[in-house]
Write a new protein. Structure first.
Length: 286
């Protein structure tokens, strides 16, 4: 198990591999201050052997799609944590949507009972917000709706547990279980001071890797109550309480550059050596 850069695809006999296509929150950024950790918004690729999934469709998704085309892959499953702009903005530019040979499955559960996944996508992929509507996409596109707490089975040997998170408008946390490994992705959630969210603890317990919303510092939380985000300090509290093997911090604030993130990473690693701040392009094998 480890964290490293990798060029080759994960084949049918490979293990559970995580690739970060975007780790930024709120909006994309660019410039010299963002070279180490990247500027694309949330998009996490997960490969369980030959199975391919994405969690969130931020601005990192189009580059991921180009990489899939280069590999000759024409099938993908995309799971939304929620539908705020930074988590969906890459979907209309995902190359597979416009490939008639491709198959794309979309999953969401944060709007259960109020809006289906298809309705959610159609509400923003339409004029005047975007020139092409979902019905114009040439790929075979199917949608799946679920409720927080459901266990999803996108493939017979993959189980994905779900839980509701604390975020304006709702959000979903995921735990992917495959081949005796577990990955938890918990982004866009707010913690209560002095408390550990029992839903998050249950989702991450004993995970090989835990990715968590670490938008703010502890000092910033005092002036951002109700914004729906958390801190790396809270991620460590959760990781230690739940016996997580690795803790990765993501959803970096758009104003936070490389120097500050590296300093925070060093502070976190002094307390938990298996902690890191997620970098765009990073690959983690579990």
């Amino acid at each position: 198990m480890g964290s490293r850069k990798e060029k080759g695809p994960a084949g049918p006999g490979a293990g559970l591999r995580v690739r970060v296509w975007g780790a930024r929150g709120s909006l994309p950024v660019s410039g010299d201050r963002y070279r180490q950790f990247g500027g694309s918004t949330t998009c996490i690729e997960v490969r369980c052997g030959g199975h391919l999934m994405f969690f969130d469709a931020g601005s990192g998704l189009p580059a991921a799609g180009q990489a899939l085309k280069a590999e000759g892959i024409a099938e993908a499953q995309i799971f939304f944590s929620h539908c705020h702009y930074d988590h969906i903005m890459g979907l209309p530019f995902f190359p597979l949507l416009f490939d008639p040979a491709a198959r794309v499955a979309l999953w969401s559960g944060h709007l259960a009972g109020t809006m289906t996944t298809r309705e959610m996508v159609a509400s923003y992929m339409r004029p005047p917000w975007f020139p092409v509507e979902p019905d114009s996409c040439r790929a075979g596109m199917i949608t799946h709706d679920f409720r927080a707490g459901d266990v999803l089975r996108p493939y017979p040997d993959v189980a994905i547990r779900t839980a509701a998170l604390i975020h304006p408008g709702g959000a979903i946390g995921y735990r992917v279980e495959w081949g005796g490994r577990a990955l938890a992705i918990v982004t866009d959630t707010e913690h209560r001071p002095g408390q550990l969210d029992p839903s998050v603890l249950d989702l991450i317990r004993g995970a090989d890797l835990f990715l968590y919303d670490s938008t703010y510092t502890e000092a910033e939380m005092a002036t951002h109550a109700g914004f729906g985000h958390s801190t790396w300090n809270q991620a460590l509290r959760l990781a230690l309480a739940a016996g997580v093997r690795q803790a990765g911090f993501m959803h970096h604030a758009p104003w936070r550059g490389d120097d500050e993130l590296m300093a925070m990473e060093a502070e976190a690693q002094a307390r938990f050596p298996a902690a890191f701040f997620a970098r765009e392009g990073q690959v983690i094998d579990l």
